[in-house]
Design a protein around this ligand. Sequence first.
Ligand code: 15L
Length: 264
Amino acid sequence: MKRLLITGAAGGLGRLMRTRLAHMADTIRLTDLTEMEPEGDGEEVVQANLADEAAVHDLVQGCDGIVHFGGVSVERSFDLISDANLRGVYNLYEAARANGHPRIVFATSNHVVGFHTQDRRLSAHDPMKPDGLYGVSKCFGEAMASMYHSKFGQETALVRIGSCFPEPINHRMLATWFSPDDFVSLIECCFRAPRLGCPIIWGVSDNDEQWWDNSAARYLGWRPKDSSARFRDKVEAANERPSADAPDSVYQGGAFTADPIHRD
Ligand code: 15L
C-alpha cells in the first residue's frame, strides 16, 4: 500500500503500534490531537482534531488504508467522548466516502459487551451490553461502520480489543490480553484479505481462558499466536486475586462497569 493513515498515534495503542506497522505502507501518515514523536523516515506527522471535518478530509485524502485508534479510550464525560468518538467517527466515514473508501481497521472495544458476565462465551452475534459512555460510543462506531458498509460497500474490520498492552498486568487481563504482535498480524490479514466486509473480530490472544468466539472471522485466516499463560505467575505474584463479587471477577468489562457517569 502507498499510504496508511494511523489515527490516535500519540495514544497508548498508537505508540505501541507505530513502529510495528511501519512495514505496512511506503508512507505512514500519523495523526493525533496532541503532539507526537517527530517524523521519522517514511512518516508524515499531522496534528489534527477528529472533530474538525475539513481536517479529517485532508487527513484521509491520498490514503489507501486507515487504522483508527483515535478518540477517547476510557470512561470520560459525554462532551469529550462525543467530540472524538461520535463526531470524529462520522467525519472519518464521510472522509472515507469522499476518498474512494479506503479499508478501515477500527479499534472498537470489549467495553461494548462489558456488562456480560465472565461465565459467558460470546460470539459476534450476541447483543451489546456496553458498560459506560465510552462503551456506548464504540457501539455507535460499530453501527456507523455497518451502515456505511450496507449503503456504500465501505469495508471495516471492527476489532473489539480486549487489553492490548505489552503484557497483562492483572488477573482479568489473563483472559483479555491481546499481544501487540497478534494485533499486527490481524491488521496485516485485514488489509491482505481479498474480501473483508465488515466483520466483528475479537481482539484477543490465544489465552487459556477465552470469553470470545472468533469463528465468524475465520475466513480471514488469522490465528493469534501469543498467550498470556507465560505471564500468569508474574501477574499472580504482583496482584491479589480480586474477590469473587468484585467487578473485575464478575463482568467482562471489569472495573469499567463500576465507573460513574462523568459530568465534567
Ligand atoms: C479499553 O477499551 C481501553 O481503551 C484500555 O485502556 C483497557 O482498559 C481495555 O479496554 C481493557 O478492558 O482492559
